[in-house]
Design a protein around this ligand. Sequence first.
Ligand code: UD1
Length: 420
Amino acid sequence: MDYLKIKGTKALGGTIDISGAKNASLPLIAMTILAKNKVNISNLPHVVDIKTLLKLLANLGAHCTFLDDKTIVDTSSITNTKATYDIVKTMRASILVLGPILARFGHCEVSLPGGCAIGQRPIDLHLKALEQMGARIEIRAGYIEATAPNGLQGGEIIFDKITVTGTANVVMAAALAHGETTIINAAREPEVVQLCEVLQNSGIEIEGIGTAVLKIQGTAGELIDIKDFSIIPDRIEAGTYLCAGAITKSTLTLTNVEAKHLGAVLAKLEEMGNSFTITDTTITIHPAKIIKPVRIVTQEYPAFPTDMQAQFMALATQADGVSIIEEKLFENRFMHVSELQRMGADITLNGHTATVNGVTQLSGTDVMATDLRASSALVLAGLIAEGETNVHRIYHLDRGYDALEKKLQEVGADIQRLKE
Ligand code: UD1
């Protein structure tokens, strides 16, 4: 197993190129199940979650070809409609194949995803919505068995709670359904917007893109001629490197980034005393000399993302005062707290709220990554800790960060990937 060894307290400087967004790539890869043609996708990030989903599609019978600058997915050869436990257990987002397989084949089996470090993460809203579209769903022997022999029917879906992958699943199912589907309380994340835009560019009528009410006209089962597309930049990767600039008090420029997707993150970094130079595709962070404390509440987009909570907690350990961080989306997303405490951070947890007493000099030690974004928070802490930090179990990090140690090395960090 690999781990990262970081020698902290080095100033950084230079440019980091941002990869394609993992969370945009996953639904868009699942969407290729709806295609009548071979689909050309560019700017997919080189991360394990993407490989996992492409492997899942290959198990169903699809062919995936990797070229330097694009990936070609051909789902015309799919014959199998069962997503098995061995893959689904490694990545909850595998649930994204449920809507498209069911819509195309009228039947589908997907393993229940099982537990998850950051909380329960149920999929009841996905299932209820598909049932409202006429699917019959049974849970048997750990599998979701869904059928819709006469195809899915459009209708009105009201999500009780905003769900990102739930919205994506229903959008994909609706694209092939009979009639119009209205989704009320839809997720507005840029990744959901890109899914809708790619479908729209490929001939599906969708109204309300980027709003909480989506109206989708289905093709009544006819497969879609999906146009080529390029994945949007990863706003969470970008946010993480902005935190790297802020925590190490270094000027860093990010390229291939969309500042408009980072509104809440940039606003909080500004409140903490950082400033920015922004162009159409770049963001340069000019770090605060003294980092100010902050109050953060994680919520659905366009509010502050839960996927940036852990990184901001690492940053808050260096703020001059007390920061309050409230996690509203996932009940157990504070696993990084005990690891940061082991490095010397002064953090008190009370239910869903963490109080971070700032400006403690962190010390390097052995720490364990517990989930994807918690891992990057430990890397950020390692960058400013005295001595050596060894971040173990970085398979979590590899699920979602493309070449993290290489990108950080290129801006001057002393970080190496080693074998246990
Ligand atoms: C997606 C992102 C993940 C991010 C999360 C919240 C992908 C691949 N993953 O995850 O990085 O942290 O959005 O922004 O895009 N819920 C239910 N029932 C359901 C579905 C969700 O109760 O059927 C709850 C969840 O437990 C959670 C909330 O709704 O409390 C939001 O979850 P959701 O938006 O579905 O997260 P994911 O789509 O899994």
